[in-house]
Design a protein around this ligand. Structure first.
Ligand code: SF4
Length: 272
């Protein structure tokens, strides 16, 4: 009998039919967006306990001295690295750390100071416009309010979320390129758009970890679960990860074992 005929017949057996109708497991191919997270609540809790045990007080990497300079730094960081932004703002923030001083400095000078950053012309314009708007509408203060922040030139949802989280201590999750990738690659908060990932993250992240979740995930995406090639051997959640992109090793990497042991011993629990 020809092989193709055998295959066709085999496909008609009850066993094969059942296999065909069985639901696909929650491990999608890379690049495919999952309908729901790959993890149970207990597994997600363990993931964030590991991040916490590894780095109890994660910090952002942008330099700033007050709410205004943080806002400006975040506006400048779109399509630029934090290191590049810090280099450019070092002198700028020494001269102008308030909206009034920024307006007095003027657009041309701001443009000169930040010319090493991508899109510097548009960004210089926005920095002056948002400074003017802060003076006009908020007495020169940065508002602790999403809507008001998003009305400022150059400020979108992501920037507002960063400021609300870092400066005002709200448990917001700013979805940048790293969080978007991790949400989908690891399958912790899948979504087709940054907003979908943000909403999925809000649901997935256990409440006690929501303040720092954004930083842990950014740092994890920037240094470990990198875009081109994740460094799975250095990953604290290796054994929990269900990403199809996870590298296979014969043994669980030591860093993951050590961090799991810390969590099991309750060494760095938030209640400590
Ligand atoms: S095991 Fe690899 S793919 Fe999974 S989270 Fe860690 S670095 Fe990313």
């Amino acid at each position: 009998m020809a092989i193709s005929k055998i295959t066709k017949q085999a496909a008609k057996t009850p066993k094969a039919k059942a296999a065909k109708t069985r639901k696909a497991p929650s491990v999608a191919e890379p690049g495919k967006v999952l309908k729901r997270p790959r993890y149970t609540r207990a597994e997600t809790l363990e993931i964030f306990q590991r991040f916490h045990a590894d780095n109890p007080e994660p910090k952002g990497e942008l330099d700033y001295v007050n709410a205004f300079t943080l806002l400006v730094a975040v506006v400048l960081s779109a399509q630029a690295t934090d290191v590049g932004v810090n280099r450019a703002t070092k002198t700028l923030f020494q001269i102008a750390d308030t909206p009034e001083k920024m307006v007095a400095l003027g657009e041309d000078r701001v443009r000169e100071e930040i010319r090493t950053i991508g899109l510097f012309k548009t960004k210089a314009k926005n920095v002056i416009l948002l400074s003017e708007q802060l003076i006009r509408d908020h007495g020169g203060e940065v508002p602790d309010d999403r809507e008001a922040l998003e009305l400022l030139p150059g400020v979108g949802r992501k920037t507002a979320n960063v400021v609300l989280n870092i400066y005002f201590g709200h448990p917001t999750i700013a979805v940048d390129t790293h969080l978007f990738r991790l949400g989908n690659r690891i399958g912790i908060a899948p979504g087709k758009t940054p907003l979908e990932v943000e909403k999925a993250m809000e649901k997935a992240v256990p409440m006690e970890f929501s303040l720092h979740a954004h930083h842990w995930l950014i740092l994890h995406g920037r240094y470990i679960c990198k875009a081109r090639k994740p460094e799975c051997r250095r990953c604290v959640i290796y054994d929990l990860c269900r990403s199809p992109e996870r590298e296979h090793f014969d043994a669980i990497p030591e860093i993951a074992l050590k961090t799991a042991a810390l969590v099991a011993a309750g060494k760095t629990c938030l209640d400590d």
